[in-house]
Write a protein that binds this ligand. Structure first.
Ligand SMILES: O=C(O)CCC(=O)C(=O)O
Length: 286
């Protein structure tokens, strides 16, 4: 039995102060098993393509699947996830962007310390990421880590790095040293989630578990009033409430998967990546 995820006033204050909440309930055991089976089947189907991609290009397969796969859409509009997000963004918000962050056993993939907001060109901080775990996410399997309070220092300088095991497409990292003792681990059991602010400094280490994969999805929700400075109208899904602004093109829930789905997915990934602009304040590559 999963309890409500509606945020209390104390949790809302904590999110404002620290820039995150963890753990929160999201999926029950049956839902978690079903979404994991769906994820594993999707990943298996794309094994051949994945084998040719370094970690930093896996987004081509694992980003924006909520626009084309009905089960991922179902996950991003799950009422328990939306109840928590509503506590941060208010009643009207969109599911804008999603990425599966997977570290299989033996996988050297890591995520360098970064601030999400640097590249997103969004007009307002009314943006939150829900990171939903389908398998155990802890220091051994390479869970997300944050530096509390750093969301209050937006736009630290970042540099782009060349490590092919970095899961971030540009290998971006903040040009400020993070002290290990300042970092907090997001320990999640399968079915639990965390919420984080778009400016909080965060990253993750490789999975060192001998037998457990770390599989989870980062879902980026934006309040309907948020605008994205983008050459093409950005796309999103209405997650809750009403959109009175029209800043994003709202796409319908996906229909059944067909032969055209992969092509449509590729187009959407390209569309979204091209609207995430590259003129962030970055230092030369290390
Ligand atoms: O899952 C991870 O290891 C990192 C996730 C992340 O960087 C994000 O959700 O913004």
């Amino acid at each position: 039995m999963v309890t409500s995820s509606k945020l209390t006033a104390a949790q809302q204050e904590q999110f404002e102060r620290d820039g995150y909440l963890c753990p929160l309930p999201a999926l029950d055991a049956g839902e978690t098993r079903r979404f994991l089976a769906d994820y594993l089947a999707y990943s298996e189907e794309h094994q051949e393509r994945l084998a040719t991609l370094p970690p930093r290009q896996r987004y081509k397969v694992f980003s924006e699947t909520h626009f084309v796969l009905p089960w991922v859409h179902e996950l991003v509009v799950h009422p328990r996830i939306l109840d928590a997000v509503e506590g941060v963004l208010g009643p009207n918000f969109l599911a804008w962007n999603t990425t599966w962050f997977t570290k299989m056993v033996g996988d050297k993939t890591f995520v360098s310390w970064h601030q999400d907001g640097t590249y997103w060109k969004l007009s307002s901080p009314k943006v939150v990421t829900a990171w939903v775990a389908l398998t155990p996410s802890n220091p051994i399997t390479g869970c997300m880590r944050v530096v509390p309070g750093t969301h209050l220092q937006p736009l630290m300088e970042q540099r782009e790095t060349a490590d092919q095991n970095n899961a971030l497409s540009r290998g971006q990292e903040i040009a400020v040293e993070v002290k290990e003792e300042d970092a907090v681990d997001f320990v999640l059991r399968p079915g639990e989630m965390s919420l984080h602010n778009l400016w909080i400094v965060h990253g993750s280490n490789p999975n060192t578990s001998p037998d457990t994969a770390r599989i989870g999805i980062a879902i980026r929700y934006v309040s309907t009033e948020v605008r994205q400075d983008s050459p093409r109208k950005p796309v999103a899904v209405l997650a809750r409430g009403q959109d009175r602004y029209g800043n994003f093109e709202l796409l319908p829930a996906p229909g059944p998967v067909t032969a055209a789905t992969t092509q449509r997915h590729t187009e959407l990934v390209d569309h979204i990546r091209s609207s995430i602009t590259t003129d962030a304040k970055v230092l030369p590559t290390k």
